[in-house]
Design a protein around this ligand. Structure first.
Ligand code: AMP
Ligand code: ZN
Length: 116
């Protein structure tokens, strides 16, 4: 995807504060952290959003879920963290390249969405 900002990060056309990379996955610190620890975990191959995953992505998604707690612990989230996958306009997704937010580093993160 030529103009996708995260594909550009994967291709190193724009810089990122990288914390992990392997053949299929990349993790880097969020440019506007919502908490002391806030990084993004993405597949290197472009997928628009969680609404677009298919059976062929099963192993990739499993790898992402297995990696998230490892990276979080490596970065000091001993007592837990939050994983957020904003999906589509309702979910507030701004960048349409699938990404997991991993957020932590506080004693307790604020509550979730409130009704009303
Ligand atoms: P979302 O609303 O789930 O699509 O979140 C997109 C996230 O990407 C936001 O938290 C942004 O701060 C973050 N972001 C945008 N551009 C960059 C960038 N160049 N490097 C790191 N994080 C970014
Ligand atoms: Zn992309």
């Amino acid at each position: 995807m030529e103009n996708c900002i995260f594909c550009k990060i994967v291709r190193r056309e724009i810089p990122s504060d990288k914390i992990y990379e392997d053949e299929n996955l990349l993790a880097f610190n969020d440019i506007k952290p919502a908490a002391p620890i806030h990084f993004l975990l993405i597949p290197k191959r472009h997928i628009d959003s969680l609404s677009d995953v298919q059976d062929i992505h099963q192993s990739l998604l499993g790898k992402m879920l297995l990696l998230a707690p490892q990276l979080a612990k490596d970065r000091g989230c001993e007592n837990g963290f939050r994983t957020i996958i904003n999906t589509g306009p309702v979910g507030g997704q701004e960048i349409f390249h699938l990404h997991f937010h991993i957020i932590g580093g506080r004693d307790r993160l604020p509550g979730m969405i409130h009704s009303g």
